[in-house]
Design a protein around this ligand. Structure first.
Ligand SMILES: NC(=O)c1ccc[n+]([C@@H]2O[C@H](COP(=O)([O-])OP(=O)(O)OC[C@H]3O[C@@H](n4cnc5c(N)ncnc54)[C@H](O)[C@@H]3O)[C@@H](O)[C@H]2O)c1
Length: 356
């Protein structure tokens, strides 16, 4: 086995931050939006296999779940994101609600090639995917963005959408007044000349061209609202519905919209699509992008992107960070796997005179 087949490139949270800093936040988001768009355009079910995720959900005084999201790219890599969702984290432990790591395995050997922080990468790719979906589903002159839920994901939703649309106003709402109060400061580094207005759910749905719902609403507590007036041709990125029973949007809104799931098989179990029957569900994101001519009319309807979170997004963002890490010489290499000159002797380290 060659030496380089033993090394695992590790990118810590700090390493990831340095990469973003060196490459530039806007460059990074633009590149990610392009790469995701391209990955979906060329997505081929024969070469990329994505099973629906699985995990453990527990109910105790800190309710939450840990899930694994796998992807197999034929003759290349297996990528697995392990992600924890613990909505009490920010209050109880001063930690993000979403904690995760993403790993990449070489399909020639099984070797762990890379291990990367998934906290920032998840937020980046979730924002970028909403931007990709909105490009195909929202009015091109959209200028008012509504954000329902002003937590970690809301920042990258704003960032990504501001790279695709000429946003003039952001209308924000959260049940936690501290989240809305701190939103301006948290989004300051985006350096956007956009008016930020704290307002009601009614105003958001009536005045926004694009809305992103990214709340930590509890299972069984949805929808976020009922029977509100909608701006004509509004597009909604429903980001927070990602677990059985956890939904954000009302059924009548979904039934009167073109609903585009990121990953149909998963969305019918965990997304807004769990509320719908097959006939009520529109094309998935792959179909929409690969056959866009068939769906031109979508822009003249109410549309919903049912974003449950998809392993393809994790593969794209991880590969981009591994590439940039190599370009900038950032990260550290570990010999984490126990290998030796004698592949058939796991006790090799007891033997003298064998070079390890
Ligand atoms: N689709 C995806 O790919 C994807 C990726 C990451 C996170 N998520 C989901 O997005 C959601 C937000 O994640 P986050 O990291 O921003 O969490 P967060 O805890 O940082 O923020 C969630 C915010 O939602 C607010 N909220 C809760 N209930 C609300 C309600 N009824 N109305 C308005 N606001 C409400 C909370 O006060 C909080 O500020 C979670 O449900 C998470 O599971 C989805």
């Amino acid at each position: 086995m060659k030496r380089n087949l033993r090394k695992t490139l590790v990118l810590s949270g700090d390493n990831v931050n340095t990469i973003v800093d060196r490459f530039g936040l806007n460059n990074l988001m633009d590149r990610l939006i392009d790469e995701l768009n391209q990955a979906i355009k060329v997505f081929d079910i024969d070469t990329t296999k994505i099973p629906i995720r699985s995990g453990f959900n527990y109910d105790n005084d800190n309710p939450g779940l840990v899930e694994w999201m796998p992807l197999y790219k034929k003759d290349e890599e297996v990528v697995i994101k392990v992600v924890g969702y613990h909505p009490k984290n920010p209050f109880k432990h001063s930690l993000p609600t979403i904690l995760s790591t993403i790993s990449s395995y070489d399909t020639a050997t099984g070797h762990l090639k890379g291990l990367v922080d998934g906290v920032l990468l998840t937020a980046l790719r979730t924002g970028a995917t909403s931007a990709v979906a909105s490009k195909y589903l929202a009015q091109p002159d959209s200028s008012v963005l509504g954000l329902i839920g002003c937590g970690a994901q809301s920042i990258t939703q704003l960032h990504a959408l501001s790279r695709v649309f000429d946003l003039k106003k952001v209308l924000i709402y959260d049940v936690d007044s501290k989240a809305t109060a701190s939103f301006r400061d948290r989004s300051e580094m985006l350096d956007l000349s956009i008016e930020i207005i704290e307002t009601s759910l009614e105003q958001i749905m009536e005045r926004s061209d694009i809305v992103c719902t990214a709340t930590s609403i509890d299972v069984g507590q949805g929808p976020l609202f009922n029977n509100l007036e909608l701006k004509p041709n509004i597009h909604i990125n429903a980001v927070g519905s990602d677990f059985p029973g956890k939904t954000e949007l009302p059924l009548n809104l979904l039934k009167n919209s073109i609903v585009v799931p990121d990953f149909l098989k998963q969305a019918v179990v965990e997304g807004e699509c769990q509320q719908l029957v097959a006939n009520d569900i529109g094309p998935d994101l792959i179909d929409l992008i690969q056959n866009q001519k068939n769906y031109e009319l979508a822009k003249d309807s109410t549309t919903v992107f049912d974003s449950t979170g998809w392993a393809l997004e994790d593969q794209v963002v991880m590969d981009l960070f591994l590439e940039l890490a190599q370009k900038f010489g950032i990260g550290f290499e570990l010999d984490i796997e126990n290998t030796s000159a004698d592949a058939k002797n796991p006790y090799h380290f007891f033997l003298k005179n064998i070079e390890v």
